[in-house]
Design a binder for this molecule. Sequence first.
Ligand code: LLP
Length: 426
Amino acid sequence: MHHFHYRDGTLHAEAVPLTTIAEAVGTPCYVYSSATLTRHVRAFADAFADLDARICFAMKANGNKAVLRLVTGLGAGVDVVSGGELALALAAGAPADRIVFSGVGKTEAELGAALQAGVHQINVESEPELEALDAVAQHLGVRAPVAIRVNPDVDAATHAKITTGKAENKFGIEWTSARAVFRRARTMDGIALKGVALHIGSQILDLAPFEAAFLRVRDLVALLRADGVAVERLDLGGGLGVPYHAGDETPPPPTAYAEVVRRTVGDLGCALTIEPGRAIAGNAGVLLSRVIYLKEGITRAFAIVDAAMNDLMRPALYDAWHDIRPVRAPSAGTETRLLDVVGPVCESGDTFARDRTLPPLVAGDLVAFMTAGAYGAVMANQYNGRPLVPEVLVDGDRFHVVRRRPSLDDLAALEDLPPWLLREWP
Ligand code: LLP
């Protein structure tokens, strides 16, 4: 469910016409709906209400400060994966004791920053990381609250680039050595061992892989407890998918996901954490763009838009599908045509859609790439000298630019010429 709908023939974000935002902010820009974000956080909170569970929004999906502020204001915590995300979350006002720090390659500096901030939990992914954290914590005179991330070796049945819980993936501690690592962690003075973490992948549309992974963890908890390891917490990761293909994909709702959690690990007496990212932010955002040219090729027709692969990487990177909606609804009876929707970047991979059935777009038309609120703006870059796209948050009938468009001066602001190149041209 989201809040981008046609009203009087124009696509709106909540009560704001996207045409108004395009005029005020320019295109391309990301537009987020507060109502959709709120609805999704509440849907998870309600689904897990009878369980001792904390929702930590995976900010890698959308790290905008205003989004974090909104989500944490609703009681959620944050899952961070770098010192940068930690700093952004704290700057957005996220309480440190609601922050979980995940990631396969945390540096000693990042671990130290997390301990100094007083985060709720650090999810350790390897023995060398455990040793490093132990040393950093002892140096700071604290004990690090740790969950050990295990790799349950289950197939999440999702895109190969976003599956994380198979033995061949780099994530988590290999299943067969998990027990020994827990036993070792228990002896370390800088480590306060709290529990087990896992995350099997992203855009998962079937509950079976979750069920299989959670049952494996259940078995592990029993073995650990038999070894005398206290397991107080379970962090189940994120991964619940969203419908990119309207009408074609029906991801399970948070209630069904919560039911699997309840059935598999609900009776273990553990405090639970879940880390949804995409399911909260995905369809809470669109990328708004304008058609620059319509180019009739010999074999195909191209709608060349002002957004590109650097602004929304998912189609180029994962062949991902995003629905494309014209902002002005076509009048009844308008014939559709097949169009390739492409950006201005100098690569053929800069293609949002091939042979997409669309109304006959013309230069100047606005289009919205749907379900772009997760892994959209956060993955953008400046390739081809294209400044990062601004972000706009809508709330009812008001909107605010929550990340401004950089100026052309900003584009090169971090660059510097070495003195030996400063001489005059010969
Ligand atoms: N927790 C951990 C440890 C993760 O690695 C991830 C995502 C999440 C939570 C959140 O997963 P979600 O609920 O959003 O599925 N860029 C890719 C997705 C990469 C996901 C990486 N990890 C995409 O655009 O599809």
